[in-house]
Design a protein around this ligand. Structure first.
Ligand SMILES: [Fe+2]
Ligand SMILES: [Fe+2]
Length: 146
């Protein structure tokens, strides 16, 4: 059986941001006309820009990590796709074409998000947790024997 990676990392801020990103992508998928598509695209792009900027800040602090560079590039690629789709919608008066483009963007985001969270954002969550606990791993004292 194929199990999908989930969005939950145990970092409250990241988890909240990813749930919102997913909600905004679903809202875009349900947009029924040009006006709704543009509004949903703007809301999604704004949220992504803020969320990615916060992650990028941590990624730059995680120096010497090649994965961090790929991670930052992946964020930029998503923002570029959102901007391209918005430009296309503004420039073209083709309702069916717009619906197809939006559906493929949303399908791609739905596929991309859990994988990105699972394979890339998990490193940011680990880094944040390490910093929160003063750079040392959380240790639980073993229970004395009863
Ligand atoms: Fe993220
Ligand atoms: Fe990320």
């Amino acid at each position: 059986m194929h199990t999908e990676p989930t969005l939950a990392l145990g970092d409250p801020r990241l988890d909240r941001d990813h749930a919102e990103l997913q909600r905004l992508a679903q809202q875009l998928a349900q947009a029924r006309n040009r006006q709704e598509v543009l509004a949903a695209l703007d809301a999604l792009a704004r949220h992504c820009a803020a969320h990615f900027a916060a992650e990028d800040e941590d990624l730059r602090l995680m120096q010497g990590n090649d994965d961090a560079v790929c991670h930052i590039d992946e964020h930029a690629a998503v923002l570029a796709s959102l901007a391209e789709v918005k430009d296309w919608v503004i420039e073209n008066d083709d309702v069916a074409g717009m619906a197809n483009l939006v559906q493929s963007l949303c399908a791609e985001l739905e596929r991309w998000l859990p994988e990105h969270v699972h394979y890339m954002d998990s490193a940011v969550a680990a880094y944040r947790s390490k910093n929160r606990f003063g750079g040392s791993p959380v240790a639980f004292a073993p229970r004395p024997p009863a």
